[in-house]
Every structure is written in C-alpha cells, then in structure tokens.
Write a protein that binds this ligand. Structure first.
Ligand SMILES: [Zn+2]
Length: 254
C-alpha cells in the first residue's frame, strides 16, 4: 500500500511494483499511484501522478512518463534530455506582450502578473516561445561571440531549450533594471517572483548554486510553468531543482 494525502492509499503489486521501484518509486519521475491497477484480458495498467505502467499478458512491462512528453506541462528538457522530436512545435501558442506562450502557461502568467500588480509590483515579459530555428540562431551567435564552452553555460543548444516548449518565460522589471542578470533577484519583480511564482505553477528553473544539476548559471528571471501540483510541492519541500524533485540525474553537460 502506498499513501499520500492527494492520492489516498493505493496498492502497487508484482511486476508493476518492480518497474515503479526502478523509476524511483514515489520519489521518482512517476510519483505516487493515483489508482489501483486495472486488468483486461490479462493486460494490466496502473496510473501514477506522472505516467502509467502497463504489464502485458506476456509479462513485458512498459513505462510511460509524462516528463518525456513535450506536450505535457511536466516535460523535462535539459542538456541530457532533448525535446522529442527536437523540432517540436507546441500547439495552442497565444500572444503575451508580443511574445508567445502555450495557452495554459499564458493564463497562469497573466494571473501571476495580476497578483504582482495588486501587490504594487510591475513585471514585463521579455521572451517566451522560441522555435528550433530561432534557438539555433541565438546559440550560434553566442558561440561566435564567446566560444562554445561559455555559450553552453548561458544558452541552450537547439532542441534542448525550455523556451521551445512554450512553457518558459523570461520576466523583467519594466524599467530594465538588471535584465537577464543575476541581480534581477534583488529587484521588486525578482523578489516577488521568487516568493510567489509557485502559487501560479511556475518555478525558478535555474536557481542559484545549482548549475552542476541544471547545467546553467543562476537565472532568477527564467520561469518555467510546470503546473501548480509540482510547483507547490517543490516549493514546500524546499527542493532546488526539477531534476532533484523527479529523481533524475544531473544534467551539467551535453
Ligand atoms: Zn529563459
């Protein structure tokens, strides 16, 4: 029996339990079971917070993880995990201040901005969705300017950028103070985002001191929409990175 306040008590048995344990059990990519397994004609499936495991009649187990699905808000993209396909284009992109975000991330961002404004904190949107081609141009410019080693610490290679999911947004102070610089954390917008972003389903994806795990320098302006379940859970448990929360290996390099 496995219990959590959100999912209640659920049994996980047999081959499905073995496969779930191999994924890190409740501390892994799949999370807690949300229902007992159901079987039809000897083929059994059990759903988890972030995926499902199927045990076929033949005994073969198949694991589906939402973190592998580019269209899911739980997708994990880093230097070890390119988008699949690498040229992925999200559906339902909508305009936000001249940038594009996926509609679920866009409405969450609007709520975040409205709540910040109600607290007297103004925030602007600098960058949202970037296509594979746009990221390629950006990355190649950084390589030409700084060399590949430095470029890899500040810009993702095409197919490896969270901005290509439509779920990542770079925010700024409207007056431009510390835009895309670590000192953004000391601005009103940066402080408000760090304290409140989780309530709207966003995390500071590249926190301070976590570059060995994330592969990126501290980016207090880069918010990633993961949905409120994950964002609130990461915040309340005091976990620094999405990789650690999901039991994934560090992705410091390609
Ligand atoms: Zn960014």
């Amino acid at each position: 029996m496995v219990w959590s306040p959100e999912t209640g008590s659920q049994p996980v048995r047999g081959a499905i339990r073995t496969a779930w344990a191999a994924e890190g059990a409740e501390s892994g990519a799949l999370g807690y079971p949300v229902a007992a397994q159901t079987c039809t004609d000897g083929n059994c499936t059990q759903t988890f917070e972030r995926g499902a495991i199927t045990r076929a009649r033949t005994g073969e187990t198949t694991v589906q993880r939402t973190i592998d699905n580019a269209a899911d808000a739980a997708v994990v993209v880093n230097k070890q995990r390119p988008l699949n396909p690498v040229t992925y284009v999200p559906e339902n992109l909508v305009n936000v201040e001249g940038q594009q975000l996926r509609s679920d991330a866009a409405s969450a961002l609007q709520q975040l901005k409205d709540a910040a404004a109600a607290d007297g904190v103004a925030m602007s949107v600098m960058s949202g969705y970037r296509s594979y081609e746009k990221q390629a141009g950006l990355y190649n410019n950084y390589v030409a300017q700084y060399g590949q080693e430095v470029a890899d610490t500040i810009s993702a290679r095409p197919g490896h950028s969270e901005h290509q999911t439509g779920l990542a947004v770079d925010i700024a102070s409207p007056d431009g103070t510390c835009s895309l610089q670590a000192c953004f954390k000391d601005t009103a917008a940066g402080q408000w985002a760090a304290a409140n972003a989780h309530r709207f389903g966003f995390i500071i994806r590249y926190p301070e001191g976590a570059s060995e795990t994330t592969g990126y320098s501290y980016e207090p302006w880069h918010l990633r929409y993961v949905g409120t379940d994950i964002a609130v859970s990461i915040h309340s448990q005091g976990i620094a990175t999405l990789e650690e929360y999901l039991g994934l290996p560090p992705a410091s390099d390609y």
